[in-house]
Design a protein around this ligand. Structure first.
Ligand SMILES: C[S@@+](CC[C@H](N)C(=O)[O-])C[C@H]1O[C@@H](n2cnc3c(N)ncnc32)[C@H](O)[C@@H]1O
Length: 256
């Protein structure tokens, strides 16, 4: 191995085992190093991103960071709440396959008529329809008890997020598993940042859209304060490009 490679990999390994990597919510600030004007550039066409022709509304940093997290975690089960067109569930399954991880994806949505035809027949993805307010009827405890760990869960429907944290906490989350509450970055919900038509299309789902990031963070923070010793924030996958340069400010959680 070349000297340059050795130096870079050593740095990567060092950061992964950095003792300051996992932190409590009370140690984090609700801000980002990336200024608003830069976020506007990154977010305004976020919904034009595609994977195999299907919408993939993950953040630009997450498109690099999620595969790295997955490689480190080796999740046997991936659960995504908020399937939309199905593009992100297919992306998770394809990334897992490329990383040679034996993983199965469950992706839920209140409205599976939104699914792209191309998403429907993936051998490693199952879509489940249901309202996140009744998560127990979509992913019942009996099913969860059969799903192999580690788990990688992303909550991307922005409904009942504290209830969802509580539900998975009480029904199977184990030490080492990850759960992410997506889109706590408040800037992505502000008028004038995202495309107006895209904002308008979500008005019905999220009547409080303008302040949704703050609400998600407030719910997460108050839940985490009751579980501060059990769930820590993984700063490695949040701060790689600067503090909270992510759509998920302070919301990549590991059960310790
Ligand atoms: C932001 S989109 C998901 C984007 C997708 N995960 C991606 O990365 O491309 C949010 C989804 O949440 C769904 N949703 C809204 N309210 C819901 C609810 N009460 N229960 C379940 N899903 C809901 C919407 O139908 C929508 O498809």
């Amino acid at each position: 191995m070349s000297f340059k490679t050795t130096v870079q990999l050593a740095k990567h390994k060092h950061e992964l085992s950095n003792e300051k990597r996992f932190v409590k919510i009370s140690e984090r600030e609700y801000r980002s190093d990336l200024p608003e004007a830069a976020w506007k550039n990154l977010l305004q066409n976020n919904n034009l991103q595609t994977w195999k022709g299907m919408i993939l509304a993950k953040g630009v940093p997450e498109i690099t960071l999620y595969p790295m997290l997955m490689y480190e975690l080796q999740p046997q089960t991936i659960i995504e709440i908020g399937a939309f067109n199905g593009g992100s569930a297919i992306w998770f399954a394809d990334i897992a396959k490329a990383l040679e991880i034996e993983s199965y994806v469950y992706s839920t949505d209140i409205d599976l008529s939104l699914l792209d035809e191309k998403a429907k027949d993936h051998p490693r993805v199952q879509f489940l329809e249901g309202d996140s307010n009744y998560i127990e009827s979509i992913l019942p405890p009996e099913l969860l008890s059969t799903l192999p760990h580690p788990w990688f869960i992303t909550e991307d429907a922005h409904v009942n997020s504290a209830g969802i944290l509580e539900y998975f906490h009480n029904n199977g989350l184990q030490s080492g598993d990850y759960i992410i509450i997506e889109d706590t970055n408040p800037l992505m919900w502000k008028r004038g940042i995202k495309d107006e038509k895209v904002i308008g299309a979500y008005d019905e789902d999220y009547p409080d859209q303008e302040t949704l990031g703050e609400r998600l963070m407030a719910e997460l923070e108050s839940w985490l304060k009751k579980h501060e010793e059990e769930y820590l924030i993984d700063s490695y996958y949040l701060d790689m490009y600067g503090y909270n340069v992510s759509k998920n400010w302070n919301s990549v959680l590991k059960k310790v």
